[in-house]
Ligand binder design. Structure first.
Ligand SMILES: [Fe+2]
Length: 243
């Protein structure tokens, strides 16, 4: 399996007061490997509006972090490959970052994972996504089902998908950990073939751990036989530019 959304590298660019370290990342990789995950796409929060300073340095730190973590995992015999990426917060400046080559993509591909604001509708969201597409990027909206409980106007899944935007769904949402409304929305996205890939959105080895197999049953019931494989291998493989 491929986990398209995972905060395994969150210690590299700290945004919270207390952050784990590489040993926590190693434990997360062990949990993922035991679950049957082979590729983790590292998607730490990337919030350029708040980062100020030298974005190029942050991008380099993330790149180096992936190399270093892979080296340590190989050394310890853990069969997980970590691929670079980020969960990029929506911001008016994203198209300019793309021009400057400072927009982290998922793997070696042209897909960019975008985190939309959940609490309020950003009027510029559609414009930013469209401009990214014009520049040749393919936006993947992070855990789109979580918008279900938000007062978001005008973001209909069908319309976004028809325009070439991809929607990622969290396993924990399907399992009901974000409430019934979000669970229902996640189920509908899988059922209607609108979900492009699953992610664990893992933050640690325990409570928010990198496991995907727990939602295999729910995904195949909602999307039909083969849905889980498509959402955890075939489609994410294409998203990271390997298919
Ligand atoms: Fe996330």
């Amino acid at each position: 399996m491929i986990d398209l959304h995972n905060h395994i590298l969150r210690y590299v660019v700290p945004i919270h007061r207390t952050e784990p370290d590489i040993e926590v990342a190693v434990r997360m990789a062990e949990v993922a490997a035991a679950d049957g995950i082979r590729i983790i796409v590292s998607t730490p929060h990337f919030r350029p509006a708040g980062l100020g300073g030298d974005l190029r340095a942050v991008v380099e730190m993330l790149r180096a972090g992936v190399v270093e973590l892979n080296r340590v995992l190989r050394q310890r015999g853990i069969d997980i490959e970590v691929v670079g990426g980020a969960e990029v917060q929506l911001w008016e400046g994203l198209p300019d970052l793309a021009t400057d080559g400072l927009l982290p993509t998922l793997g070696e591909g042209r897909h960019v994972m975008v985190e939309l604001p959940i609490a309020s509708y950003a009027a510029y969201a559609e414009q930013v996504l469209f401009e990214l597409q014009l520049k040749g990027y393919r936006p993947v909206i992070a855990h789109f089902e979580r918008m279900a409980g938000a007062p978001v106007q005008g973001t209909r899944a069908e319309e976004l998908v028809a325009r070439g935007i991809k929607l990622q769904v969290n396993c924990e949402s399907l399992a009901g950990r974000r409430g019934r409304e979000v669970q229902h929305a996640a189920h509908e996205l899988v059922r209607d073939g609108l979900a492009a890939a699953l992610g664990s959105d893992a933050h640690d080895p325990g409570d928010r751990s990198p496991r995907l197999s727990v939602c295999r049953g729910a995904v195949n019931r909602a999307g039909g036989r083969g849905a889980f494989r498509r959402l955890t291998w075939d489609q994410p493989l294409a998203i990271i530019g390997r298919a």
